[in-house]
Design a protein. Sequence first.
Length: 119
Amino acid sequence: MNKIIFRNATSSDWDCIAQLLQEAELPLDGARDHLDHFVLAMKDESLIGCAGLEVYSKCGLLRSVAVSAGERGKGLGIQLVRQILDQAKAKQLGTIILLTETAPNFFPRARVGERVYRI
């Protein structure tokens, strides 16, 4: 089995990230502006997942969690979210916000938050 490597994104990763987000039908708007807070999952030097964080003072917005179709259902999305939450903790962000219309069932299953508010 090939090992999955997690690493921070760089500007040279944008084209691959954009393609993955489009395949997952997630918005690209604003993502590139926050690449310095994106975590990538790599397998054999290929991008198989990503997650991003927008940082606003002491608050963060979790965004752009995407996993390639062939890698879904293996817990990779949860691992990516945990990587982002570790970043948020290191940055001493007190609140992480998630807004989603595309994956409302994923995040409660991931058990990564303390409170879930549905609107």
